[in-house]
Design a protein around this ligand. Sequence first.
Ligand code: HSE
Length: 375
Amino acid sequence: MVIGLMGFGTIGAGVYELARELPGLEVRHVLDIREIGIPELTHRAEDLWEDPEVDTVIEVMGGLHPAYEFVTSALQAGKNVVTANKYLVATYYDELLALAREKGVAFRCTAAVGGGIGWLTALERVRRLEPVLSVEGIMNGTTNYILTNMTQNGLSFEIALSEAQALGYAEADPSADIDGLDIMHKLLLSANIAFDVSLKKEEIPVFGIRNITDEDVRNFKEHSLTCKILGSARQQEGKVAAFVQPTLLAADSLTASVPTNFNLISYETAYTGKMSFYGQGAGRYPTAANVVQDCLDLAGGVQDFYSLQSAAAAVDNSIARYRYYLRTASLKRVTVAEEHWGNAVVTKAMTVTEMKKLYDELKGEDEKLFIAAIG
Ligand code: HSE
């Protein structure tokens, strides 16, 4: 396999290192805008897809542009594409898969969800045999690192975030982590594969952890709860629900115990029941390892692992109900409170659709509000 590698950042450098160790894989070109002092470096993206001996292009630049243009050019030129870029795949899912199919090349993105966990490959395998009822879990290392450190070590949000950045877990713009967008992209990919659908990003409500405070964490501890931010999707009665939200879990539960940058993602099927996948969800070597595994799969003859006929489906969150922890300076506008926890309330059970509406109304008055579902 002759590889053109796009991007020599945290993940790209890991891919370069791991791939070079393997007989049968040659990294022929490395695209980066910087002078990185390796013989394979080029600043011309075209070198990767104009080289007839390159059969596979790996994209680990991140971001939408120019990653989209480069990946499209590589597919057009008949190259297999392996990417870890969930933002790219979640945004151009239908288009990229259709193009790969048209050109008869493979498109794989196992590292896009769960970092080093082979979650998407497991999901694809189970789906061949039995319908998937739900997918849910911790899908972001940065926010799990922050929440773990706030809960267990009393770190402030800001310090925990800067540590996650220093460790290479966070996105270039960490808003994507703390506002839940990174999870939304991973959830969309997981749901598309699990349910054989194509969801629209704009329809998935996302509640982040940007506003969580030490006082919130104290409130949770007093009730023996731990906050984790989860991506959740389920298929029920012909409807697909999908949402990202901070969720309060019994402090001694499995999910509540997931530490630092680790992810824990589960699917549930009719016959196998619930299966969970645990491992490092971010970081150089875990993520790079899954990228290289995709290359090895391709070298072994595996093609893309997506459905050939995913149907567009509308997100309908009226099938998901929770009680919510809600902290806002505009409490007088909240008519659904059932209990008071310190300066916050717990609402009566409401659908995710109803919470999204209430959240958007309150957000106009109070930018610092925070909500968490009681799981
Ligand atoms: N920023 C992401 C995370 C990287 O923290 O999980 C891995 O997708």
